[in-house]
Design a protein around this ligand. Structure first.
Ligand SMILES: [Zn+2]
Length: 114
């Protein structure tokens, strides 16, 4: 059984988080406890979303996790677990991109025309 993890509230409205998992190829919803096939050939995609405002956390999928993080043969539950961990993360790892855009006046809407 997968260890329980506390899900953080929505970062926008503090609403309740929900987990969504689907088959990567068919895009059809799957149950969290769906077992992998004997060939480990199913791929999954998952994200956490806020039930109140609809904000969505990062989309996590088996293919990207395999290519960039060497995580293979993942079950639907394992992909969902990683989606929850990413939802819970509160980091400033992309702040440098925002600041670079700020220096170029890109953080306003609508942007000034060149
Ligand atoms: Zn929300």
């Amino acid at each position: 059984m997968t260890d329980q993890i506390k899900m953080a509230p929505c970062p926008f409205c503090e609403g309740p988080p929900c987990v969504f998992v689907r088959d990567y190829d068919t895009q059809k919803s799957v149950d969290l406890d769906r077992p992998q096939t004997e060939f480990f050939d199913e791929k999954y995609e998952a994200h956490v979303w806020c039930h109140d405002c609809g904000a969505q956390g990062p989309d996590i999928d088996s293919c990207t996790l395999c290519l960039f993080e060497d995580k293979i043969d993942l079950t639907a539950m394992e992909v969902a677990r990683i989606a929850v961990e990413r939802w819970n993360e509160r980091s400033a790892k992309a702040r440098g991109c925002y600041d670079a855009g700020e220096a170029e006046g890109l953080n306003v809407f609508p942007r000034a025309t060149a």
